[in-house]
Structure formats: C-alpha cells, structure tokens
Design a protein around this ligand. Structure first.
Ligand code: NDP
Length: 278
C-alpha cells in the first residue's frame, strides 16, 4: 500500500467528475482550518477494479457521485440504517476492515431547509423519484413532514411512494394550484444546464407562504427558482444542499464539528466562487 505521509487524502469519485465543485469546497476548508489534507477528483470507470487502486493509495474518505452511489452501497462492508433505507451511499470512510458507507444527501437537504423554515407538521411536494428524491423524502419524513411525490414515470413514482409510504400524484395530474403544500422540493434534472429549461410547474402553482428548493444548482437560479421567486416564496438553492451534505461528510470523516465562520462559510464562499467562474 502507498501511504501519504504529510497529508491525508480524500476524493470525489464519479463519471464524469471533471465539473465537481467538491474539490473547491473541501480544499478551501482544509486550508482555512489548517488540516493537512488534499481532496482530489477521480474519474472512476470500472468501480470495483478502481476501488482496489484507491484503497492502495491510502485514501481516507470518498464522496461518491453518479453513477456509483448504488455500487458504493454494495461495496461497503458496513452501511448504516439511513443509507439502507435510501438504498445508496454517497460517502465512504476507510477503516481497518474496509469501507464504511453513509448517505449525507438527506441531511444536506433537511439542514438546508431548516436554515429557513421549520419542518415538523408541514406538507411537502417532492418532484422526481430518482436517487436524490429518495434521499429527500427519507429526510423529510424523519422530520415529521407529510410527503406527496410527483413523477413523470408513474411506475417509478409509485415504487418510491410505496417504499416510503407517502402519497403519489402523476406529474401530468398536478393541479395548477399548490395551495395544499407548504414546501416544494424539485428533485428532477429539469433545469440543469444543457437540458430542458421550462420549469415543471407554472408560476401560478406557487404561493408566498411556500418554501421552495431546487436541488439543481447549475445554474444557481434555475427557471423553477425564478418562478417561485416571482411568487414571493422563501427560496433555498441547491448549492446550500450541496454545502450541507459536504459539511456532514467532513464531520464524519474527521469526527468533529465544523465551525461556522472559518469552516462552513469558507466552503459556501468557495462554492459561490466556483459557480460564478464557470
Ligand atoms: P436520477 O437520474 O436518479 O432521477 C432523475 C429524475 O428526473 C427522475 O425522477 C426523472 O423522471 C426526472 N426527469 C428527468 N427528465 C425529466 C423531464 N424532462 N420531465 C420530468 N421529469 C424528468 O437523478 P438524481 O435523483 O440522482 O439527481 C437529480 C438531480 O439532483 C440532478 O440533476 C442534480 O442536479 C441534482 N443533485 C443535487 C445535489 C445537491 O446536493 N444539490 C446532489 C446530487 C444531485 P422519470 O422517472 O420519469 O425518468
């Protein structure tokens, strides 16, 4: 095994991973907190084979992004109940026996939302039924939120609703008014740079007492968020979720809390710089 001796090594693995914002965020906080560590972006093509190389490199912790979250779940020798419920791992930590897996996406979403609103007793509409939607539904239900899921593909939406025992409405049947919802979280890839730009909901769906989060953070202000803004909703950007899930990863790897000013704010600023310079 190769052992780094002056720094600890961390990395994000994915494919593609070139545009990941995690290295900017993590290296900024390592520097600010004087932690002798380096965070790399590694493109991983063949998961199992490449993980052997990564293990031999002495890497301590990994962020896992598309398309490897399910493979990471299967490869981890120990996975907590949360990651089991979501069925995916986005964080790996190395210990003597192999890799331990966790999921911090749900924590990222709930922490980001809790910065601007209380959650308990609220009714949320979740758009989408992919991996991120699963994590968000799990997190919100843990906070005592009643969840309704809406998805384009009925089969996938119903499967998610069955797993988490929440309501389901096909996307095509959503009413034009969202008066029944306190919270809307957009978890589809719609609005992502280079994809369909028209938001899934019309401006008339939103009302000023709603809190709205779009998990898409590229661009930072998606057409969906701009519609919600016009309706006077409280907004939470996808970059706040990315930040909070990253903070949760760091806390788990390092086994300590990250301070707000020299830690979390430094990460937020690094993300903002990376997003504005793209
Ligand atoms: P998945 O591929 O697992 O799921 C994609 C979802 O988008 C499905 O529900 C799919 O519906 C829906 N969808 C795609 N295109 C359309 C369309 N044209 N109209 C309606 N619905 C559509 O992706 P993930 O769940 O992993 O990721 C979703 C998004 O979350 C990513 O694009 C990314 O931007 C964001 N993300 C944000 C993070 C953050 O920290 N802020 C972290 C990770 C991801 P169907 O089932 O019908 O195909």
């Amino acid at each position: 095994m190769i052992r780094p001796v002056q720094t600890d090594l961390f990395a994000v693995i994915g494919n593609p991973v070139k545009h990941s914002l995690s290295p900017a965020m993590m290296n900024a906080v390592f520097k600010s907190l004087n932690i002798p560590a380096v965070y790399l972006a590694l493109q991983v093509d063949a998961f199992m084979e490449d993980m052997e190389t990564i293990s031999r490199m002495g890497i301590q912790g990994l962020s896992v992004t598309l398309p490897h979250k399910e493979a990471a779940f299967r490869a981890a020798v120990e996975v907590d109940d949360t990651a089991k419920a979501i069925g995916a791992v986005n964080t790996l930590r190395r210990w003597a026996g192999g890799w331990e897996g966790r999921n911090t996406d749900w924590l990222g979403a709930t922490r980001a939302l809790k910065e601007v609103t209380s959650l308990e007793g609220k009714h949320a509409l979740i758009l989408g039924a992919g991996g991120v939607a699963r994590a968000v539904v799990y997190g919100l239900e843990r906070e005592g939120v009643a969840v309704t899921v809406s998805n384009r593909s009925i089969e996938r939406g119903e499967a998610l609703a069955k797993t988490f025992q929440c309501a389901f409405i096909p996307l095509s049947d959503l009413n034009r008014s969202g008066k029944d919802f306190d919270l809307v979280v957009q978890c589809t890839s719609v609005g992502l740079q280079g994809t369909q730009a028209a938001p899934l909901l019309p401006e008339s769906f939103f009302h000023s007492a709603m809190t709205v989060m779009d998990t898409v953070y590229r661009p930072l202000w998606t057409p969906f968020m701009l519609s919600a803004q016009k309706a006077g909703c409280k907004l939470v950007s996808g970059s706040e979720m990315l930040l909070s899930q990253g903070v949760a990863q760091l806390e788990w790897w390092l086994g300590r809390d990250i301070p707000v000013r020299e830690g979390i704010q430094v990460m937020r600023d690094a993300l903002a710089r990376a997003l504005t310079h793209e």
